[in-house]
Design a protein. Structure first.
Length: 279
């Protein structure tokens, strides 16, 4: 999903040791006192906090990043953990407003080393941040209530049903380009809740999100997956412009994980069967 500004929150939450034991429990790969100042990881890669690879994200966005049993987990988290392991540091996660991902604000201010949030690589974003190699091929999907009878955007238009999408995302942009004025929601969870509570009859949302959501029998009983919307999107991790050392480390971790089977294992764990490459 091309998520440009997934929310209006002006503050960020530290999913690490924030001076309380409860916050410590949300550190992905351990707990420390923090505030140790900038340093270097293995290979001379600069980091904003000694001993950590600090990741900006925006929660929740399952299956890429979300909280489970007091810990932030997901596909993005697992991949960044591979990078952190190579750099001999621990990943630390900050929950931040998504609008800053487009501008690279928290990267440029030194709050984070990288951003990982199911973020589409775009030329517009490349003006403000540098991206890793793509790590995920994404697509959108239409999800609707079964009682609506909707299976496509054409059905939505023909029956004057209400369409929803996450604010400032590719799904919303695509819907608008098709002549819709979708109801905008702050997060993927809010989109699905809007559908569940009848605020809208159908939504355009990332297919992996739908795939995971429909695994719940209760959801599958009431909602149906409609048309697939191919947008050619690819997700990437972003870093501060010019941080070539960290980009190289991320690219190496992703490339090696794909070569040795680790990527496939993580994909199947968090998302589902890995799509077969087209001949």
């Amino acid at each position: 999903m091309f998520r440009t500004a997934r929310g209006n929150r002006s503050s960020f939450r530290i999913r690490t040791a924030a001076g309380a034991a409860a916050a410590c429990a949300l550190l992905v790969a351990g707990c420390s006192s923090g505030g140790e100042g900038a340093g270097e990881a293995a290979g001379g890669v600069p980091v904003v906090e000694k001993g950590h690879l600090t990741t900006c994200t925006h929660l929740p966005y399952p299956p890429f990043q979300f909280e489970q049993d007091g810990k932030v987990v997901g596909f993005d988290v697992a991949l960044v953990d591979l990078v952190a392991s190579r750099l001999k540091v621990e990943q630390k996660i900050l929950d931040t407003p998504f609008e800053n991902f487009k501008t690279g604000a928290f990267l440029n201010s030194g709050e984070c080393d990288l951003a990982a949030a199911g973020m589409t690589i775009t030329d517009e974003r490349k003006k403000n941040v540098d991206f890793s190699v793509p790590y995920f091929d994404a697509t959108q999907a239409l999800l609707a209530t079964k009682k609506s009878g909707v299976t496509s955007l054409a059905d939505v238009k023909a029956t004057s049903k209400k369409l929803g999408a996450q604010a400032e995302t590719t799904g919303e942009s695509y819907a608008k380009a098709q002549g819709f004025d979708p109801v905008a929601f702050e997060s993927s969870d809010a989109v699905l809740n809007g559908l569940r509570t009848g605020q809208v009859d159908a939504v355009v949302i990332d297919y992996p999100v739908v795939q995971g959501w429909l695994k719940d029998p209760k959801n599958a009983a009431e909602f149906a997956l409609g048309q697939s919307i191919e947008t050619g999107e690819q997700y990437g991790f972003s870093v501060k412009k010019g941080n070539t050392a960290l980009v190289a480390a991320i690219d190496k971790a992703i490339t090696d994980a794909k070569a040795d089977g680790t990527y496939k294992k993580l994909y199947e764990q968090w998302i589902g069967p890995l799509p077969q490459a087209t001949p």
